[in-house]
Write a protein that binds this ligand. Structure first.
Ligand SMILES: Cc1cc2nc3c(=O)[nH]c(=O)nc-3n(C[C@H](O)[C@H](O)[C@H](O)COP(=O)(O)OP(=O)(O)OC[C@H]3O[C@@H](n4cnc5c(N)ncnc54)[C@H](O)[C@@H]3O)c2cc1C
Ligand code: SF4
Length: 1020
């Protein structure tokens, strides 16, 4: 194969062109920053931390920007461009930053539209048009359009966190591009654009769209900057029209190169169309008017199983004849990776037999209509000798899960255990759909020739194939081999009449291959096109045209050599390497979703990149690089970004590559605070185990001070606790004391240890008492650990890891005999059980007893499920909120199974994080954000629930957040099971059950500081 390496056509002669001149002098940078700050309403960030956060996108590349601007309105953008022009600074526009080819990082002033300019401005259902700001998210638009049974056709897999500006920049497409092709304006974003309001680097502001020949003449005759641009475009069109017609492949997914074809008369001199896909290299989009299309009321999913992906590819056309609304393909390797990563294991099992699958979606006015279309295809296929296996799904939930399998593509193919890391770089080439089968066979041959591995999946119905290949980008030879490969892969795709990129764009990963696809002359036309718009070469320079080479600016290239780190955790999933852990993030940006899942609550509340999992991961990565962020473990900016992490562990579960920010935060804090004092709040909350034990001596006196003014106010002030918060009172009798005083003798019963966490023991013993009742009813003898112990949960957040380790050693010693005996240990507080499951193993990766203890410890629901406990029925309604650690580490399956057995009519909310997250919500600094997070879903839902509806959640802090803001007393599952035992014996028509279950008083909801400000900011 090394022959192949020598064959690389991408050689040094192929330019390092105008981008070499793009740097601005440092003196200008500070002047620019100062003038921007004075001029605009939005935010101006030229500090090293912000530059680090924006240094990369989802690609292989990394370039630290000059600075970052977050404009609040069009006026800000206009002023920013004017000042950049004054100082000669280049500009890169940015939306979600999910680009895969390097077009969204640059040595430029990055303008991030996603934080403030993210609104849908107008939606006209009659004209089927919508006007959006560039930072608006596709799903935000789709949700609004859906009210009128309309949608926006192209839907990238990043639909819930990308932006329309970015889609326009990249000319994005997606699963339903097939639908847009058959039933709408066309498959690509460009087909769904009516007009764009744009701004050039020179400061010209225009609205562009299709232009009749008369209008064109008029504009040219009017002269001025606009006239010159239009005249230049017309001359370009007239000169290259024939070449454009012959050399642009006529396929659904031609995304590489500029859309010069849209200037042809057959496209009505569509200037907006020509700018779509220009990847921010020509103009800035200020707003866009989009075409919407009808959204089928109902969809049906048919999955076809073929012997392999190649055979699946051979049968695309016969499926396309039936005009589905989606036609995707996946191969066996993808399923293998998913199994290795334990991703969606049950969903994978639902696929029909085969080694390559086509997911065919049909739309209809009603279910029968959609099913009939699927049935018709099935009937036809059945008649064939090589008929595939088939499965028509008629359950919406199952359909959703099958789509999850397809959408997991990137997550499943990144960081596969036992495999070298995989990368983008050749991940979205497209060929004519009728040639998918033969192309895939040849492509696999090429991969084998180079010894590369990857799964093949993607938009088979439009010939666009995805793969993440295990390129070795860390060694010089590996990089040469990668260059040789993309060179040959380009030849292959061009021989099939295809496009280098079928949806992600050229960026710098593919632009040097454009002459192969279009020829030098048309590439010259691209250069002229850019020059018409951006004669000074300041718009995203070095991308698409006259680009950086694909092997320049590599984020992890042959130079990558992070320093060795003496880490406090073991990082068993990253070969013990903290550096490897910080490089996990591949930039997908799912942590930038704002309205579903848990990850990432602090981003949801702030829309701040540095407060997303990705932003934090990038900062830690940069900390180890040491060039942009130079203060290492002592860096204040990294501290701040991590300080706002709630350590909810949402990312460990929701992130497709399982970035575990809570652990990295604990790691960082432990280094940051070495030989330094922490804040008062951190001592107050982090050492709660010891404060509680001290308060044990005089709980009534302590409560007098914590519950009465002005003492409470003073205590909160000293502890850095928000004045709006109520300090939970200590219980008069600890749970341990209660347990030891009660009469219970259940010899000869199997033993179970109940773990009395600090909160159950010292603050709220009812759930623990209820758990004793339930466990005994289940036939067990309940015991407590021989002495007070603590898992150290509050210590991780602040990085007091030595203390946490000391506590674990006490626990391991105290429970030694129970560990050896394998006695089950039941915990009630999800964050404590999560510490046994997660932190314990990570701190003691080589300790067998730690592993045993971790396995032996479980939540009440898991234990009851394990012993097949059948509770009495409880015919009530309930609203269930999952504690973040519970959902992320243990999962909710056991909980749901038990709730089902109870016969409860319950809703498990997609409520994300409650916002309290242990100490977080008590902090005076974080109170507002804590409330904002809770108000997203959980707190309004609780307020709207009937008093007779049980509110169930197992976390002490979730219950505290609910109690302090709604007045409701949420119940722990143990209390609900105890209620079932009581009501089972004597059915009750009680419509205020929580009052009877728990003796704790119902507090009035606190009046919330700044609530209008916090809650009324409703996103579109
Ligand atoms: C896991 C994964 C799956 C993906 N799946 C798909 C897919 O199915 N289909 C698909 O098409 N893509 C896909 N992509 C690529 C990418 O997500 C999409 O192209 C997305 O639409 C880009 O949106 P963004 O907001 O992140 O754009 P960004 O990455 O922020 O920007 C994209 C380009 O647009 C430019 N730009 C942004 N805003 C403006 C503006 N206001 N004016 C001018 N230029 C601007 C930028 O400079 C950049 O060149 C995927 C990426 C990932 C990581
Ligand atoms: S632990 Fe939670 S808050 Fe912290 S980065 Fe992950 S998802 Fe965000």
């Amino acid at each position: 194969m090394n022959n192949a390496t020598q064959h690389s056509q991408v050689n040094d002669k192929q330019r390092t062109a105008p981008h070499a001149e793009i740097a601005v002098r440092p003196a200008n940078v500070s002047a620019l920053a100062a003038e921007l700050s004075a001029a605009i309403e939005g935010e101006v960030r030229f500090d090293d931390g912000s530059r680090a956060v924006y240094a990369t996108d989802a690609s292989n590349y990394r370039q630290a920007p000059i600075g970052v601007v977050l404009p609040k309105n069009v006026d800000d953008v206009v002023k920013t461009v004017a000042l950049c022009r004054k100082h000669g600074a280049p500009i890169t526009a940015r939306g979600g930053g999910t680009s895969l080819a390097g077009q969204c990082c640059n040595i430029a002033v990055v303008i991030d539209f996603s934080k403030y300019m993210h609104h849908v401005l107008e939606l006209d259902p009659y004209r089927r048009r919508a006007k959006v700001q560039p930072g608006a998210n596709l799903d935000t638009l789709r949700r609004q359009a859906e009210q009128y049974h309309l949608t926006f056709g192209p839907d990238p897999a990043t639909h819930d966190h990308n932006t329309l500006g970015g889609m326009i920049g990249n000319n994005s497409c997606g699963v339903h591009s097939v639908m847009a092709q058959f039933y709408g304006p066309g498959p690509l974003t460009v087909d769904s654009i009516e007009s764009l309001e744009i701004l050039t680097y020179d400061g010209l502001r225009l609205t562009v769209g299709v232009t009749s020949e008369e209008e064109l003449s008029r504009i040219i005759n009017e002269g001025g900057q606009r006239g010159e641009i239009y005249a230049g475009l017309k001359a370009l069109r007239d000169c290259y029209a024939d070449q454009i017609r012959t050399k642009y492949p006529d396929i659904p997914r031609r995304v590489s190169g500029y859309n010069l074809d849209r200037l042809l008369p057959e496209h009505n001199f569509n200037v907006a169309g020509a700018l779509v896909g220009s990847e921010g290299t020509c103009v800035i989009v200020l707003s866009a008017t989009l075409k919407l299309m009808p959204n089928p009321a109902v969809r049906s999913l048919l999955v076809l199983g073929y012997p392999d992906a190649y055979h699946a590819g051979d049968h695309i056309m016969e499926v396309l004849e039936h005009k589905p609304v989606g036609l995707e393909g996946i191969d066996q390797a993808l399923i293998g990776y998913m199994k290795k990563k334990h991703m969606h294991p049950e969903d994978v099992e639902m696929l029909p037999d085969g080694g390559g699958w086509l997911l065919v979606e049909f739309g209809g006015d009603n279910k029968e209509d959609a099913d009939n279309k699927a049935q018709k295809l099935m009937d036809e296929l059945k008649k064939k000798d090589d008929a595939p296996s088939m499965k028509l799904f008629d359950d919406k939930e199952q359909e959703h899960h099958i789509w999850l399998v397809r959408e997991s593509g990137l997550g499943a193919t990144a960081n596969v255990p036992g495999m070298s890391p995989t990368h983008p770089g050749w991940e979205d080439a497209a060929v004519p759909p009728e040639k998918v089968g033969p192309y895939l066979r040849d492509f696999r041959k090429l991969l084998n020739e180079f010894g590369y591995q990857c799964a093949l999946y993607g938009h088979f119905g439009q010939g666009c194939i995805h793969c993440r290949i295990d390129f070795d980008l860390l060694t010089a030879d590996g990089v040469k081999k990668y260059l040789a490969f993309i060179d040959k892969a380009a030849d292959l795709v061009i021989s099939y009449g295809g496009s280098l990129s079928g949806e992600h764009g050229d960026g710098q990963a593919r632009s040097m291959l454009l002459p192969k696809m279009y020829g030098e002359e048309l590439v010259g036309a691209f250069r002229e096109f850019k020059k018409i718009w951006d004669p000074g070469w300041k718009m995203n320079p070095g991308k698409v045209i006259d680009s950086y080479r694909p092997d320049e600016n590599l984020r992890m290239g042959p130079h990558y050599n992070p320093p060795p780190v003496k880490a406090r955790f073991g990082y068993p999933d990253d070969d013990g390497s903290f550096a490897k852990a910080t490089a996990r993030c591949v930039g997908v940006g799912m942590c930038r979703r704002v309205d579903s899942g848990v990850m990432c609550p602090s981003y949801m509340a702030t829309r701040e990149e540095a407060y997303s999992t990705r932003g934090r991961a990038r900062l830690l990565f940069e900390m180890l690089q040491g060039d942009i962020v130079a203060d290492g473990w002592r860096d204040r900016r990294i501290h701040d970004a991590l300080d706002w992490c709630l350590a909810c562990k949402g990312c460990k579960h929701d992130c497709p590559v399982n970035v575990d920010m809570a652990t990295y935060k604990a790691e960082f804090m432990s280094h940051y605070y070495r030989y330094r004092l922490r804040s008062r709040h951190e001592y107050a909350m982090g050492l709660i185990y010891w404060w509680s034990r001290a308060a044990l001596k005089l709980p009534l006196l302590t409560n007098f001070f914590t519950q009465h003014e002005p003492f409470a106010f003073i205590i909160k002030k000293i502890g850095g606790i928000a004045s709006e918060r109520r300090l939970p009172p200590f219980t008069k009798q600890t749970f341990r004391d209660w347990f030891q005083q009660r009469q219970s003798n259940r010899p000869n019963k199997p033993r179970v240890i109940l773990w009395p966490d600090t909160f159950s023991n010292h603050f709220l013993p009812e759930p623990a008492k209820a758990a004793v009742e339930v466990l005994e009813a289940a036939g067990y003898q309940v015991e407590l650990p021989p002495r007070p112990l603590c898992c150290g949960r509050p210590l991780y957040d602040i990085g007091m890891l030595d203390l946490a380790k000391k506590l674990w050693r006490q626990t391991l010693t105290a429970l030694q005999s129970e560990i050896t005996a394998g006695t089950p240990i039941v915990g009630l507080e999800p964050s404590c059980v999560a510490a046994f499951r997660d932190e314990l193993i990570n701190l003691f990766p080589n300790d067998y007893n730690a592993r045993r203890l971790s396995q032996q410890t479980m939540l009440l629901s898991s234990f009851l499920r394990k012993i097949d406990y059948r509770p009495p029925k409880l015919r009530r309604q309930a609203l269930v909120h999952a504690h973040c650690n519970h959902r992320a580490i243990m999962g909710m399956k056991a909980e749901e199974a038990l709730l089902n057995r109870l016969g409860l009519d319950y809703e498990l909310m997609d409520s994300g994080c409650c916002g309290m997250a242990g100490a977080f919500g008590f902090s005076e600094k974080k109170y507002d954000i804590s409330i904002k997070i809770g108000e997203r879903v959980l707190l309004p839902a609780v307020r709207n629930a009937a008093q007779s509806t049980l509110v169930i959640t197992n976390g002490f802090s979730c219950r505290e957040q609910i109690s302090q803001t709604t007045g409701r007393r949420a119940l722990h599952l143990a209390e609900v099971l105890a209620l079932a035992l009581r009501e089972g014996k004597q059915p009750s028509s009680d419509d205020d059950p929580e009052f009877n279950v728990c003796s704790r008083p119902r507090h009035p909801a606190f009046s919330l500081k700044g609530s209008g400000e916090i809650f009324n900011e409703k996103d579109n």
